[in-house]
Write a protein that binds this ligand. Structure first.
Ligand code: WT7
Length: 631
């Protein structure tokens, strides 16, 4: 990634200052003051925030840190859904709108907190009826519809651990996640919609559970009319499950350290990593950041465009904003369908005040032009957010000017599936610096270091690390604790993020991208090894190596170098077959954009493919230049 490092940008120090009213009205008026309060006494800082929420039983200790293992709110008892639902239903937010949903065909549905509460309670009792108990894993493979959120909350209500699988994943990816978690139940829908196309989710589930011995039942939400057939015995209708159950399901009393969910993220080996998040710390971390980073107020209408299948959907579409008691908008909306004005039309129609999206979408909008947003009234917007990959200065400036009309602060939030919550950004009252995400939020101490952990000089490329534990941190990798420890042991005593970064003299951090074999394509995290093993699983492939190729729109494209088996002749037909094969195995997001057939791949003496050499060659640069950070 070093090739993207722009020294000029680090020296230039161009800032944007938000209007004073943002600071005056913000939950946190002074970042520096809040940060020093944290530094003075981290445990008191987080304890105070946690007390804004409802607990069934108090904690003995805010933090028990035995490197690299943390326990937060030790022995504290809670249920996150009590904080996302009951807490609001039994006070002034009973009839406040919790969710505004819009389907691709224009259908709209609204749930007040009371209505959402009712649905979640019934579905939770339905799950219990299927024999699901605390600690059981439940796989959720659904489109972006209210029932998806209801299913997640219902799991959390009874203490079942949800494993949400992105609706764009293919059969193999789904099967892996069902088996790894040993999910007893899979919750799905007959179909999803995306860009006018129908995705046959139920059919994919039928295939994915063929070799999945743990699955006892499949719950199917039926959207299509006439309704698709349900195979009695194994399948059950989503709403039938809610028939005849008790209307209220007492929230399971969860220990702060009980697992809340498992979410898979790409690793640098072939197997995706099941990231484990727990109840107490995750709730406190996502609550605090939702409240203060987005400065969420009672009257806001908040829209996070991320898919619920990614961590952003978990933390900032669902749990964080609902814990705050916000009104959220979400739907099956995509940026460019039915036309490139879709997002702006929705902002206008729904009166969105806070808008959280990804740089790849912003760059797409830049490309299609200002005439699209200019057709709509965007004056309801108050705060803009970005997440998923570096927000390059050009995209920042466009977002600020064309969407924010030079008045909305942009929070460029850096974080990861593993961190669970936002970690680096600027507060709405603080000055912004295009190209730089900002500083560690209060509660987080980041730095940029060399491979020995020594801080690098400002303006110099290094590894991003976090020096302290934080409440929403992941607790382990499911069934692979060694992999968890590796994050903390790569550089002793600190959390190694896996990103390259630069710190400016002002302390602002610019994140340049991954330092490892993960490619971020249009904001989706894809492991080179996963794509390689999908390619190699095709009968005509002997070996494969995959790299990310910088792209102005998607951030990166996937390029694959493939050695065919003896006797196979490279052809365009092979290229199409292989693309299709990866698409079916992993899903459309992992499909290579470009395939090149080669006879040899560069390897180390131990046989490890040197992707960096391939990448350097592809970009026409000296491989020496980009290997400076390696051993
Ligand atoms: C990786 C984590 C966090 C939710 C979505 C992605 C990149 C994320 C930013 C940002 C620069 C960013 C990093 C990180 N990333 N946000 N604001 N600026 N890079 O979660 O799939 O776990 O990916 O996304 O490379 O390590 P994820």
């Amino acid at each position: 990634m070093a090739e993207q490092f722009d020294v000029k940008l680090v020296e230039e120090a161009k800032y944007y200052t938000p209007l004073p009213e943002y600071r005056e009205k913000a939950w946190v008026k002074d970042y520096d003051e809040e940060y020093s309060e944290f530094l003075k006494d981290p445990e008191a800082f987080w304890g105070k925030i946690a007390k804004e929420l409802d607990w069934f039983g108090p904690w003995d200790k805010v933090l028990d840190w035995k490197y690299p293992y943390a326990k937060w709110f030790v022995n504290g008892k809670l249920n996150i859904t009590y904080n996302c639902l009951d807490r609001h239903v039994f006070n002034h937010r009973r009839n406040k709108v919790a969710i505004i949903w819009r389907g691709e065909n224009g259908e709209e549905r609204i749930f007040t907190y009371q209505m959402l509460y009712r649905q979640v309670n019934r579905f939770a009792n339905g799950l219990k009826r299927l024999g699901i108990v605390k600690g059981d894993r439940v796989c959720i493979y659904m489109p972006m519809i209210p029932e998806q959120l209801i299913a997640m909350l219902a799991c959390a209500r009874i203490g079942a651990v949800h494993s949400v699988v992105f609706g764009g994943f293919g059969v193999t990816a789904l099967n892996y996640r069902i088996n790894d978690t040993e999910s007893k139940v899979v919750i799905t829908a007959d179909i999803g919609f995306r860009r006018g196309k129908t995705i046959p989710l139920k059919t994919l589930v039928e295939e994915a559970i063929i070799n999945a011995p743990s699955v006892e039942r499949v719950v199917v939400l039926r959207r299509k009319e006439p309704k698709v057939e349900i195979h009695s015995g194994i399948e059950i209708d989503f709403y039938d499950l809610m028939e005849g159950v008790e209307p209220v399901c007492k929230p399971e009393v969860m220990d702060a350290e009980d697992p809340l969910f498992i979410l898979y993220t790409s690793g640098s080996t072939g197997a995706p990593k099941g990231v484990i998040h727990t109840c107490g710390g995750y709730m406190v971390g996502t609550y605090y950041t939702s409240k203060v980073i987005f400065d969420l107020k009672e009257e806001d209408v908040y829209w996070c465009t991320a898919d619920v299948g990614w961590v952003t959907g978990h933390s900032y579409l669902l749990y964080g904003p609902l814990a705050v008691g916000a009104t959220i908008f979400f739907g099956e909306a995509v940026p460019d369908y039915p036309d490139a004005g879709n997002f702006w039309r929705l902002i206008q129609d729904m009166g969105i005040t806070i808008f959280y999206t990804a740089p790849t979408a912003i760059r797409m909008f830049m490309k299609v032009g200002e005439q699209w947003p200019d057709k709509y009234d965007l004056s309801s917007l108050r705060i803009l957010g970005s997440v998923g990959e570096p927000l390059n200065p050009e995209a920042f400036e466009w977002y600020y000017r064309v969407i924010g009309k030079d008045r909305c602060p942009i929070v460029d939030t850096w974080w990861q599936t593993e961190t669970g919550m936002q970690m680096i950004t600027t507060f709405v009252g603080e000055k912004m610096r295009p190209g730089f995400a900002g500083k560690g939020i209060p509660g987080v101490i980041p730095d940029v270091v060399d491979k020995h952990g020594k801080p690098v000089k400002t303006g110099t490329l290094g590894f991003l690390i976090i020096k302290n534990p934080w409440p929403a941190m992941f607790r382990t990798i499911y069934k692979n604790d060694e992999r968890y420890r590796k994050y903390w042991e790569t550089i002793p005593n600190v959390y190694t993020v896996g990103d390259l970064a630069v710190k400016g003299k002002d302390g602002y951090i610019m994140i340049l991208g991954r330092a490892d074999d993960i490619i971020i394509v249009a904001g989706h995290n894809i492991g080179t090894a996963e794509v390689e093993s999908a390619l190699v699983s095709h009968q005509s492939v002997a070996e494969a190596a995959v790299i990310g190729k910088p792209d102005a729109l998607k951030g990166n494209l996937i390029k694959a170098f493939v050695i065919l088996k003896l006797g196979e002749k490279p052809s365009d037909k092979h290229k199409l077959d292989l693309k299709y094969h990866v698409r079916m195995t992993l899903g459309p997001i992992a499909q290579p954009d470009d395939i090149e057939f080669v006879d040899k791949l560069p390897k180390t003496r131990s046989g490890k493919i040197m992707r960096r050499v391939l990448k350097a060659k592809e970009l026409g640069i000296d491989p020496g230049d980009i290997s400076t950070l390696e051993d």
